[in-house]
Write a protein that binds this ligand. Structure first.
Ligand code: MSP
Length: 508
């Protein structure tokens, strides 16, 4: 059985409504999944919801409903967002599902049986907001940073996972596998984190303090720490313990935000897997943050952007285009409505929308709606073809390296060059001429423009799936399924009757 390219996103916390940050990550993963499918990979794309923990329990209590009821409502909201964003995930895992809970129990029991988990008395500081134990070294200038909220001193029995003994192994793994974490500069941050001695991880919470969690299989007075529970989703969704597991695991790519790289994904998770004798994921991609007013957009900052508002105004593809074009993967980006509107009007409206509408209009008026044969091969035409070949190889390289903003930039440079080619060939003037050479030039110009547009649209398919299927439909083409077969300059549209032009990106 051929192994699938298995990619995952973070599973969102069920403690608030989705915002631009959540939407971005899902779109990024979706674009990568679509690129993989177009390059003939069997792909399995997972996303989901992280439902346990104190914050969820408290929010439910406040609303006077059960935590499960609250999670069910939030799951609907997040799933609706996925639909609105046109996300092509193959699975959606919720950590309250039985398939997940039983894998968490199985892994915990196994680690406990092999002495990797032990019980001990814990005395120290605890942050309810971060749901995490703290140490003196977490203080900044003698104070607990604001992100921890109220910090209290507690003393209680808990279960600990032997993280510390794997510290040297993890450092060696990071040093030997340069591409394990990308962008590469993030690996150094993880190594920096690992310069301090690694404490064992407290993986339990007493039930009398927190009941909303997966009970420890070996002690029912405790539930599992939410991070230990959540990370396991990556193996529980693809059938850990079942035969099909090897078709998926190890994951090829975990896509997460930079805030949850170290320690959860780059320290706890690799060690949890290694201690459980499971293979490590091949790569972790840590993306940056969407910022508003200089701060990370988040529920607690209060200054969030609801993606559904932007989609309602401009449609899903302009939103997908904006987030992929504006953000350099791995770095932060500022959100502004002006930038969004400017991308919509300039790149999408003036460059792409205008090309589609002028080309379809000219073919309708000059050629009765049928794409003409291309019979001439002059310098202008050769230039545009070699331009395409160069663009294609650069775009595919950029996409492969997750440099989507650069790849998109190249595609739009190419789209502008098609418009420029038309401005130079002036088909509207050629159409008025009786000279047979001009008639031939006109047909050539329109045929070359059609071929160039067709190819640009196939390259845009992962980012603009709706535009891609609409334009392909107008051209009488099925949706692109493979770049290998569809990204070839072969004038396959010659003789094709086109449908009437449409306005892809209407102005207000
Ligand atoms: N539940 C955990 C993840 C568990 S994964 C086993 C969590 N949830 S979250 O809802 O807080 O965040 C989900 C994802 O959205 C994270 O990867 C996070 O980095 C990302 N984003 C949340 N706000 C963001 C921005 N403002 N910008 C970009 N992405 C950010 O963490």
């Amino acid at each position: 059985m051929k192994k699938a390219f298995y990619l995952t996103t973070a599973i969102d916390y069920a403690n608030g409504s989705p915002h631009l940050g959540h939407a971005y990550e899902k779109i990024l993963a979706d674009v990568i999944a679509r690129c993989k499918r177009l390059t003939n990979n069997k792909t399995y794309f997972l996303t989901g919801l992280d439902e346990h923990g104190q914050k969820v329990q408290q929010a439910a209590e406040k609303e006077g409903i059960s935590p499960q009821q609250r999670c069910d409502g939030i799951a609907l909201e997040f799933q609706n967002l996925l639909t609105q964003l046109n996300i092509s995930n193959n699975d959606y895992i919720r950590t309250t599902q039985q398939r997940h809970k039983s894998v968490v129990s199985k892994l915990l029991q196994d680690l406990f049986d092999r002495g990797e988990i032990y019980k001990a008395e814990y005395k120290g500081f605890y942050s309810t907001r971060a749901e995490q134990f703290l140490q003196e070294k977490d203080k900044i200038d003698g104070e607990w940073p604001k992100i921890y909220g109220e910090v209290t001193e507690i003393s209680e029995s808990n279960y600990f996972f032997r993280l510390g003994k794997y510290q040297d192994w993890l450092i060696e793994h990071l040093n030997k596998n340069d591409d394990f974490i990308i962008p590469h500069f993030r690996k150094n941050q993880v190594l920096e984190f690992l310069k301090e001695p690694l404490n064992d991880l407290c993986i339990s919470r007493p039930k009398n303090r927190l009941s909303w969690g997966i009970p420890l299989p070996f002690d029912e007075n405790f539930v599992t720490y939410v991070w230990f529970d959540a990370l396991v989703n990556y193996v529980s969704a693809c059938g850990y313990g079942e035969e099909k597991f090897d078709e998926y695991w190890p994951a090829d790519l975990h896509i997460i935000g930079k805030d949850i790289l170290a320690p959860p994904h780059a320290v706890y998770w690799p060690i949890m897997l290694h201690a459980s004798n499971l293979k490590l994921p091949k790569q972790i991609l840590a993306h940056g943050w969407w910022m508003t007013s200089g701060e990370k957009m988040s529920k607690s900052s209060g200054d969030t952007v609801n993606p559904l508002d932007l989609i309602k105004k401009r449609g899903v593809d302009p939103f997908r285009y904006f987030v992929m074009r504006e953000m350099t993967v791995g770095q932060d980006a500022d959100f502004s409505v002006e930038r969004f509107e400017s991308r919509y009007k300039t790149d999408l409206g003036n460059d792409l929308g205008n090309l589609v509408s002028r080309l379809f209009h000219m073919i309708e008026v000059y050629e009765g709606g049928v794409v003409p044969e291309v019979e001439l091969n002059e310098e202008f035409e050769q230039n545009i073809r070699s331009n395409f070949e160069k663009t294609k190889s650069e775009v595919l390289k950029c996409f492969d390296l997750f440099q989507f903003n650069q790849g998109l930039n190249q595609i739009f440079v190419f789209i502008r060059s098609i418009n420029k080619y038309a401005d130079e060939r002036t088909p509207w003037k050629l159409a008025k001429s009786d000279d047979p050479k001009d008639r031939l030039l006109l047909k050539t110009c329109l045929g070359v423009m059609c071929e160039s547009l067709r190819l640009a649209i196939q390259m845009l398919a992962p980012i603009l799936p709706e535009v891609h299927s609409r334009v392909n439909q107008l051209m009488g083409l099925p949706p692109c399924e493979s770049w290998e077969t569809d990204l070839c300059w072969d004038f396959r549209l010659a003789g094709q009757k086109l449908e009437k032009k449409i306005i892809l990106f209407p102005r207000d």
